[in-house]
Design a protein around this ligand. Structure first.
Ligand SMILES: C[S@@+](CC[C@H](N)C(=O)[O-])C[C@H]1O[C@@H](n2cnc3c(N)ncnc32)[C@H](O)[C@@H]1O
Length: 257
């Protein structure tokens, strides 16, 4: 299994307005009494975690993320004492403790093995506990990835990117439902949502978020040129000449059996 990649936490925190907006909508689906313990699975720099905490005046949050840099930025943002762990979610270990609910935003599609992921989340959930999540679903950023692959066929990128499939898992609703049930969830609902975005700072957005795994494969001196070349292809394809990220999100709601 490949380890979770490192992220630039400070850059992500600065440019993730759109992710926070999506995250607010996911959080609105999670009914809370205010005294629960909730796991934020893939908490990133903590912007959505902070909103979750505000809904738990008598409860607590455990934030888990695979990127140490994301967790460092989350630790600056969140109140002292908030529990934050650097862990791979497929090997999640809360030391035998359980949580009342799991929230996860914009994370599951970065993880290839959804069976291991859902089993790990089920293990830490109390029976009857809810999983409310959103991630990239089938078709997510397909246009951006197609442009990235086309640019990746050019020299000097081809030596590093040709034939590379990437770490992503963009699930169909049907497949996600089947895997959730197999992992021990009931009352499963899954659905797709199309939400294209036009980030105000497209180069940084591509560099930090969408093309982060591509850049890990490229030497550092090619990063800027590759991001710019992909942005140019995307802008050239857009009727208004603007970089558009073709987001398709998969909503997942389930209850631990
Ligand atoms: C796009 S960010 C989302 C952060 C936050 N949930 C939000 O909505 O803004 C995706 C996060 O998933 C984390 N991630 C990806 N794969 C992971 C894994 N296997 N285990 C833990 N975290 C992972 C990344 O480190 C990153 O912080």
């Amino acid at each position: 299994m490949s380890p979770a990649r490192e992220w630039d936490g400070r850059s992500y925190d600065r440019i993730s307005d759109f992710m926070e907006q999506l995250g607010r909508e996911v959080l609105d689906r999670l009914a809370l009494a205010g005294d629960e313990t909730v796991l934020d699975a893939g908490c990133g720099s903590g912007r959505v975690t902070e909103l979750l905490l505000a809904r738990l005046p008598r409860g607590r949050v455990i934030g888990v993320d695979g990127s140490a840099d994301m967790i460092a930025v989350a630790a600056e943002r969140l109140p002292a004492g908030t529990e934050l762990l650097v862990q791979d979610l497929t090997e999640l270990d809360l030391g035998g403790r359980t949580v009342d609910a799991v929230l996860s935003t914009a994370t599951f599609h970065w993880i290839a093995d959804h069976d291991a992921l859902f089993a790990a989340l089920r293990r830490v959930l109390e029976p009857g506990g809810r999983l409310v999540a959103q991630c990239g679903g089938v078709g997510n950023v397909a246009g951006v990835h197609e442009a990235a692959a086309a640019v990746g066929e050019r020299d000097p990128y081809a030596a590093h990117l040709r034939g590379w499939q990437g770490p992503w898992h963009f699930s169909t609703p049907e497949d996600a439902e089947r895997r959730l049930r197999a992992a021990g969830f009931t009352d499963v609902r899954t659905s797709l949502l199309t939400r294209p975005a036009r980030p105000p700072e497209p180069l940084e957005y591509l560099r930090t978020i969408v093309l982060g795994s591509h850049l890990e494969r490229l030497p550092a001196d090619l990063h800027e040129a590759y991001v710019r070349d992909v942005a140019d292809v995307l802008a050239a394809r857009d009727p208004e000449g603007v970089v558009t990220i073709d987001y398709v999100r998969l909503n997942l709601d389930a209850t631990a059996a």
